[in-house]
Design a binder for this molecule. Sequence first.
Ligand SMILES: [Zn+2]
Ligand SMILES: [Zn+2]
Length: 256
Amino acid sequence: MDRSVYNLHNHTPFSHGAYTIDELCAAHHACEDVEFAGIGITDHLFCTPSSREIRSEREFDRVFARETRNYIDAVHQARRRWAGKLQVFCGCEINWPLNKDKLDLIRTRLNGIDYVLFEFIDWAGLTQLANQARRWPCPIGLAHTDVRRQFPTTSMDQVVRTLANARIFYEVNVAFLPLDQHAQWLSILPNHRVAVSIGTDTHDDLSCIAQVRDVADYLDSVGLGEKYVRPQPRDAAAAPSSSGRGACATANNRSA
Ligand SMILES: [Zn+2]
Ligand SMILES: [Zn+2]
């Protein structure tokens, strides 16, 4: 099957994954069940439950600016090593509750980050994010979000319209398999301009990589196979204003 499949959610020892970037790349490259065109590394950046408490914006910047740069450098180096074999994107995962008050600062520290996954966002958070979505320098999406559980008092229709209007993409995580459990949501999505990604949230078990096959087959079957988000590699040195979200090729294309 000649489709471009990407797994855009993987952790390395930079946050709490067990496998290095190269080990993850090798595992995807060697996978016999899925022909991967590329992968995304999405380690946790900025505040996490295990980071120490940050009291001021200045302290936030001092603590996280350097480690963010180191992370981006490491992923960009791996991108060069794997060029021609596997595309390597430099994403990140951000804990919404712990960082929602620092987003103005975080947005200025994302040079070289190709896309952002937010986790643990609630409905109030999603509306806040949607209102500022156009100010982000790269595509933004929701990680492993079970819509019914995470937005229990909001209709799926309202959720999907919010994602579509703000061009926020939606990750279908292999942890949701079998996807029949999510059939209601996944039958609404194709009717709206919402881009999707596939993610495994790889930590210490590489067997999840082959499960991407089942997700991709399901997404094909419901008409979402044409709606994958296509992040674009962003130069680490680019000024924040010079690289807009229009760099995204499909449904997330802001310049369209
Ligand atoms: Zn997560
Ligand atoms: Zn994750």
